[in-house]
Design a protein around this ligand. Structure first.
Ligand code: PMV
Length: 326
């Protein structure tokens, strides 16, 4: 009763920020993302008769009590579906350097879901897998699919899941992650969602969201990079304004963050300069989105920006899948 699965992380162009139901991770708004190949998690789940509790090894080390409890709670949902009470040994490895400040919960919970369901022989639809992955980490529901993906927010467990918008081969976009801080963030996204409604800008964003979602959907389908770029930058700034103006305030930006934002905009103004747009998750690192042909001109410049410690080039990733089942 063992299986190994791999899932890519994802970068959202329209963000998930705030829940209708914290426990079930039912979001207040829909979101749209692109699945990433180079930032992925590979997870093995083995259900065993000789264990009395779940064990979780993350990047080669025994995980802490909180991380293990979160994995256990997630496995409980899957155990209930299959009727087993067996404990599991979970071994998960991220492709990106540990502590690089790149969020791993999306790829981690998508891979955990597919591996655990595979190990228990549960034959579930992609929609079911997406719903279950959502319970571990909201954004994980989008990592069940490859390419461009939309999370339909719904109102309850049954109708809150992701659907594919366009396959990986649809459009050759890249996400160059400019790492400006490797520190663990002080406020993770799970702690950030409940604070969102305390910002005076929260309602203002929600009022614009349907327009943003349809604009991003349209730009992806039409491969209109300028339209997608303008919308994604505005949306990333909106998310961070909400975080900054929440009570308590969350300030994710570092000096290097701001250097990258300015550089990306400056290059766009330059005659013949590399055209790219930025977005950010709940952290200080900047995701610089470009068409693949731009990478040779963009990457050396990005590496030179003051405060950029490292870069990780991600192409579009495929759906979460089983690598092995025994
Ligand atoms: O899935 P969570 O709870 O880690 O939240 C993700 C939040 C953002 O990364 C900021 C936005 C998103 O939609 O991925």
């Amino acid at each position: 009763m063992q299986a190994t699965a791999r899932a890519g992380s994802n970068i959202a162009f329209v963000k998930y920020w705030g829940n209708l139901d914290e426990e079930m991770r039912i979001p207040v708004n829909g979101s749209i993302s692109m699945t990433l190949d180079a930032a992925h998690s590979t997870t093995t789940v083995e259900f065993r008769t000789d264990l009395t509790s779940d064990h979780f090894i993350l990047n080669g080390n025994v995980a802490g009590a909180r991380a293990t409890a979160r994995v256990s709670r997630h496995l409980d949902h899957i155990r209930r579906l299959s009727g087993t009470e067996l404990s599991a040994r979970v071994v998960s490895q991220n492709s990106f350097p540990t502590g690089a400040g790149i969020a791993s919960s999306a790829s981690g919970f998508a891979a955990l879901t597919v591996a655990a369901c595979g190990a228990l022989g549960l034959e579930l639809s992609r929609t079911d897998l997406s719903r279950i992955a959502r319970l571990g980490s909201g954004s994980a529901c989008r990592s069940i699919y490859g390419g461009f993906v939309e999370w339909l927010p719904g109102n309850e467990h049954e109708d809150s899941y992701a659907v594919p918008l366009a396959p990986p081969g649809h459009w050759d976009l890249v996400d160059i992650i400019a790492i400006v801080s490797e520190e663990h963030k002080t406020t993770g996204s799970s702690a950030g969602h409940p604070l969102a409604p305390t910002s005076p800008f929260y309602e203002a964003r929600l009022q614009e969201l349907e327009t943003t979602l349809s604009g991003v959907r349209r730009a992806i389908l039409a491969k209109d990079f300028a339209a997608l770029g303008q919308l994604m930058e505005a949306e990333a700034l909106f998310l961070h304004v909400i975080a900054m103006t929440s009570t308590p305030s969350i300030l994710y930006w570092q000096a290097g963050t701001l250097n990258v934002l300015h550089a990306v905009r400056r290059w766009r103004q330059e005659e013949g300069g590399p055209v790219a747009y930025f977005t950010m998750d709940a952290g200080p690192n900047v995701h610089v989105i470009a068409e693949r042909a731009t990478v040779p001109a963009l990457l050396p410049r990005l590496r030179q920006v003051e405060g950029v410690q490292d870069t990780l080039v991600c192409h579009i990733g495929h759906e979460a899948h089983l690598l092995d089942r025994q």
